[in-house]
Design a protein around this ligand. Structure first.
Ligand code: PLP
Length: 350
């Protein structure tokens, strides 16, 4: 987007907001006795965490070659999504574009903030309808690549960055499972770009709730002043740092999941109940089956829980790639599915 003036896109009350100044903002050294934050002097967990998550941002900055002041840490990506609405979208007035089928939180968060949604579905190949998107005006556009629940990467995102008049949020929750470069490499060219990543998937830390946003330093500064001061607990910051200190473990897990994904896909395609598997660049498969509701219910009785996406993509189950043992159990359960009249259906390999 050319001639980007950030102030024109931020809610006036947020632009004018004077942030809360915490005790840890006014004095940030480590030395001394701390009688400034009404903390309890006893116990090892008595201190407020670093509100600016400096240690974590430093490691992320070095790993991804992005300046520290272009990094925001949230309590999961969900907090980042919430903040995008709080910063940019005037309730009851502004609109956002989402491209279903996609991650449900963009819509839920819009509803929470009373922001109108313009829904521009992905096409039959689960790719963006660029011309329809560009024919609309909205404050923000959410795109998810690789997309959940379809699993594929989206093409032509850069064209949207060039031409869409508004903030473009690219959700890269699954970026570590595909070999595309992150859109963070384009941050210097696009002042209207926000890239979201998370520790919940490839970093195996969903319980910790740590999400990351990368954007211009001006956008990050506004998100920082708008967030609750101590939004990420010390324990969660430490868990993220611990994970980052073991990049080999991360790489090994990702490689294992990718290998398992291919094995699982090949084995699923042999099953009579499986009609199609969509191409995946993520840690899950979107699988079209003969009867998603029946199969889902059956798997529950076998204590295998998958995600029934029938309501968003007809007869599709979204199956997360598990450990080799878990995947084997899933396949055994599916092989034992009692076929009633569906036995003659052959898998369609496209
Ligand atoms: C799982 C997922 C996330 C992660 O959200 P967190 O709040 O960081 O756990 C974000 N976006 C998409 C598309 C996801 O599927």
């Amino acid at each position: 987007m050319k001639n980007f003036d950030l102030q024109a896109w931020v809610r006036p009350n947020i632009w004018a907001l004077k942030p809360y100044s915490s005790a840890r903002d006014e004095f940030s050294g480590n030395e001394g006795i701390f009688l400034d934050a009404n903390e309890n002097p006893f116990g090892g967990k008595n201190r407020y965490p670093d509100p600016h998550q400096r240690a974590l941002k430093k490691v992320l900055s070095e790993r991804n070659n992005i300046p520290v002041d272009q990094i925001f840490i949230g309590n999961g990506s969900d907090e980042v999504i919430d903040l995008v609405y709080r910063v940019f979208c005037e309730p009851g007035k502004d609109r956002v574009i989402i491209c279903p089928p996609t991650y449900g939180m963009y819509e839920v968060s819009a509803n929470i903030h009373n922001v109108e949604i313009i829904s521009i579905p992905l096409n039959d190949e689960f790719q963006l309808n660029i011309d329809s998107i560009l024919s609309q005006s909205a404050k923000c556009l959410f795109v998810c690549s690789p997309n959940n629940p379809s699993g594929n990467r989206l093409n032509n995102v850069q064209r949207l960055l060039d031409e869409f008049q508004g903030i473009v949020i690219v959700d890269e929750a699954y970026i570590d499972f595909c070999d595309n470069q992150s859109y963070t490499t384009l941050l210097p060219q696009y002042p209207n770009l926000i890239v979201m990543q998370t520790f919940s998937k490839a970093w195996a830390l969903a319980s910790a709730r740590v999400g990351v946003a990368y954007a211009s330093k001006d956008i990050i500064a506004i998100m920082d002043k708008t967030k609750p001061p101590y939004n990420v607990s010390r324990f969660n910051q430490e868990e993220a740092l611990k994970a980052l200190s073991k990049p080999e473990k991360h790489a090994y897990r990702v490689a294992t999941i990718l290998q398992e994904r291919e094995l699982l896909k090949d084995a699923l395609l042999q099953l009579p109940v499986v009609r199609h598997i969509y191409p995946s660049d993520a840690n899950f498969l979107l699988v079209e089956v003969t009867d998603a509701n029946a199969l889902y219910e059956y798997l529950v009785t076998q204590k295998v829980i998958v995600r029934n996406r029938h309501s968003v993509v007809r007869n599709c189950l979204r199956i997360t790639v598990g450990t080799p043992e878990e995947n084997k159990t899933l396949l055994q359960a599916l092989e034992a599915f009692p076929l009633t009249g569906a036995a003659e259906l052959q898998p369609i390999v496209r």
